[in-house]
Ligand binder design. Structure first.
Ligand code: ZN
Ligand code: ZN
Length: 331
C-alpha cells in the first residue's frame, strides 16, 4: 500500500513525509482492515512530524481522523461487517483494566495507544483497528465532512462539555481553526452565545458567518463577562486574557495538546472560584455522543481538500493558517 511516512521529525517546511510503498497490514483477532477514503489533518500531526512530542515509533504514518470502509475482517469480529463505513479517532486502544479505564476516564488510560502515533495512521491507503475502537458514522456526513469531526470535533466537544457551558450562557473561544469552528456550531445550536477571540481577520469573518455574537482579539474586552471559555491556540499567554473576561466561578478549558508557558498569574484573576482545566484525548463515549449530536445540528465542517501525496503541503498550510476550517487528505 502507499503511505506518507515520517522517517525522522523535521520542520514541516522541509517536507518531512515521503511517499513510501509499505506492506499491507493484516487484521488480527478482533481487528478489521480499513480501505481508507480520507484522513483529516490535525495540529497534533504537525507536532508529531516536527518532533514536538516524543515519538514512540519511527518510521510512522501519521493521521488519526480516518474514514474508510472495511475490506477485511480478522478472526472473531462480531459487530462489524465487510463494506461498513467507519471512523478511527486518536484513541486507538486502551487496556480496559487500569484505574482510569474503570472510572470512565479511558482517555487517561495508563496503556493508551494512539492512531498515527503508536500505530500507523491514516495518511495511507489502508490501516488496522480493533472493532471496539471503530466508530460508525452518521449518513448525514460525506467521508470528507466526517473526517475532521473525529479529532477536531471530538476534542472540541470534550472541552466544551468540561467548560460546563449551559444553554443561554456566554462561551468564549480563543483561536478559530478546525476544532473551534465545529464547537461554535454545536454551542449555538444548544443555545449558547459564542464570543470568538482570534488574530486572523478571515477567521473572525468565518466566525461571524457561523453566528458568533462578538469577535475580536484576545486583548479586547467583550461587552459582557463570559460564563466559560476554551483556549484552542497553543499559546499559554492567552490564559490571563481569558481569565480577565471570565465571571466568578467561570471555567477555562485548555484544549491544546501542547502549549507554550503560562505567564505568572495575578491571583486575583483566578480568585472567586474560577477554574482552569486541561483536556486530554477523548473517550469512545465522547466520540459516539459527539457524532450523534453533530448529525442532529447538523454541523457543516469547512474543508480544504488535498491529495494524499500533498500531505506535506497540507501540514505547511495548517502551520501558516492558509485555509479556514480543516484540511482533509483524499486517498
Ligand atoms: Zn486503562
Ligand atoms: Zn488530533
Amino acid at each position: 500500500m502507499r503511505g506518507m511516512l515520517l522517517d525522522s521529525p523535521r520542520p514541516s517546511d522541509q517536507s518531512p513525509l515521503r511517499l513510501a510503498d509499505l506492506p499491507t497490514p493484516s487484521p488480527g483477532a478482533g481487528q478489521v482492515s480499513v480501505r481508507i477514503r480520507c484522513c483529516a489533518v490535525c495540529h497534533t500531526d504537525l507536532h508529531i512530524v516536527e518532533g514536538d512530542l516524543p515519538l514512540p515509533k519511527l518510521p510512522i504514518v501519521p493521521g488519526h481522523q480516518i474514514v474508510g470502509n472495511i475490506d477485511r475482517l480478522g478472526p472473531g469480529v462480531q459487530t462489524l461487517k465487510m463494506g461498513d463505513r467507519i471512523g478511527i479517532p486518536w484513541l486507538y486502544s486502551t487496556d480496559g483494566t487500569c484505574s482510569y479505564c474503570l472510572r470512565q476516564k479511558e482517555n487517561l488510560c495508563e496503556q493508551a495507544r494512539f492512531s498515527g502515533y503508536h500505530e500507523h495512521g491514516g495518511y495511507a491507503e489502508c490501516c488496522i483497528v480493533r472493532e471496539d475502537f471503530a466508530h460508525t458514522l452518521p449518513p448525514t456526513f460525506s467521508d470528507e465532512e466526517a473526517a475532521p469531526l473525529l479529532c477536531g470535533g471530538v476534542i472540541g466537544y470534550r472541552a466544551y462539555r468540561l467548560s460546563g457551558a449551559q444553554p443561554g450562557q456566554r462561551l468564549g473561544l480563543y483561536g478559530f481553526g478546525a476544532s473551534a469552528h465545529l464547537v461554535l456550531q454545536l454551542a449555538r445550536y444548544q443555545g449558547c452565545e459564542v464570543y470568538v477571540f482570534t488574530r486572523g481577520r478571515a477567521h473572525r469573518e468565518l466566525a461571524e458567518q457561523l453566528g458568533a455574537v462578538w469577535t475580536g482579539t484576545a486583548e479586547q474586552t467583550p461587552p459582557q463577562q463570559l460564563d466559560a471559555a476554551i483556549i484552542f491556540a497553543p499559546a499559554g499567554a492567552l490564559v490571563p486574557h481569558a481569565l480577565r473576561v471570565l465571571r466568578k466561578a467561570g471555567v477555562l478549558a485548555l484544549a491544546g495538546i501542547t502549549m507554550s508557558e503560562i505567564p505568572p498569574l495575578d491571583y486575583a484573576l483566578l480568585y472567586q472560584e474560577r477554574v482552569i482545566r486541561s483536556v486530554a484525548n477523548s473517550t469512545r463515549a465522547d466520540c459516539r455522543d459527539f457524532l450523534r449530536e453533530a448529525a442532529e445540528v447538523p454541523i457543516k465542517p469547512r474543508i480544504q481538500l488535498y491529495p494524499l501525496t500533498d500531505a506535506n503541503r497540507a501540514l505547511q498550510d495548517l502551520k501558516h493558517s492558509r485555509f479556514e476550517g480543516a484540511a482533509v487528505l483524499q486517498i
